[in-house]
Design a protein around this ligand. Structure first.
Ligand code: CA
Length: 226
């Protein structure tokens, strides 16, 4: 998942972004709403983690602004233990879920998975496309009966394609799902290399190239009779 975190507390922001990156997510962390506001307008995030207690403009105001602007992104708010009214107001302002501080990264990750599941209309925790099965909780990938070992970037690419299994995604759209803004520009052929790895490790037909447009998942019956 590509995630945006808006949290002004340096220690918590650092811990959350490091923890979520370790779980394989691509994370942009901002300490003020102005930068986060620019980010939501320029990149496609899967979810936003929003601290309600921010200096100057608070998280609730940002959330209301974004929802008024039509931003549909799933939002999870972080609140203080005694902030019952804040939580209610957050949910009423368009938050999808909340967590009470102190935050456990594993729980945050599980809530984010559940939010994404709802946002993409899935009832099952496992993502299935023909012979391909992916469990975002354990990050296990299977092709038929065979378990496949993938790197974090390869999983991120596969996840981006599985999220919209019917769609052709451009290289720019896919790259956005693989890199945050801290690491500089990726190598120009990096995406092709990851696609090549996925085809080699999973199945040659798992990803199809749509010339001049980008990539899409292969047909679900691909590899049905391995
Ligand atoms: Ca705060």
């Amino acid at each position: 998942m590509r995630l945006l975190i808006l949290e002004d507390d340096a220690q918590l922001g650092e811990a959350l972004s490091a923890g979520l990156r370790q779980l394989g997510h691509v994370v942009d962390w901002f300490r003020d709403g102005e930068h986060a506001d620019q980010a939501v307008q320029s990149a496609a995030y899967d979810a936003l983690v929003l601290d309600l207690g921010l200096p100057r403009t608070d998280g609730l105001t940002w959330l209301q602004r974004w929802r008024a602007r039509g931003l549909a992104l799933p939002v999870l708010v972080l609140t203080a233990r005694d902030g019952v009214e804040q939580r209610i107001e957050g949910l009423d302002s368009g938050a999808d879920d909340y967590l009470i501080k102190p935050i456990a990264v594993e729980e945050l990750a599980a809530r984010l998975r559940a939010m994404l599941r709802r946002a993409t209309g899935r009832a099952q925790s496992e993502w299935v496309h023909g012979a391909l099965r992916y469990d975002p909780a354990t990050r296990q990938v299977r092709w038929g009966e065979r378990s496949v070992e993938l790197t974090a970037r390869e999983i991120a690419l596969l996840e981006a394609l599985l999220k919209q299994p019917q769609r052709v995604l451009s290289k720019a759209q896919l790259q956005e799902q693989l890199y945050d803004w801290s690491g500089g520009e990726p190598e120009s052929n990096a995406l092709e290399v990851y696609v090549h790895h996925l085809r080699r490790k999973i199945h040659p037909g798992v990803i199809r190239t749509v010339r001049g447009v980008g990539y899409a998942l292969g047909a679900p019956d691909e590899g049905a009779a391995p």
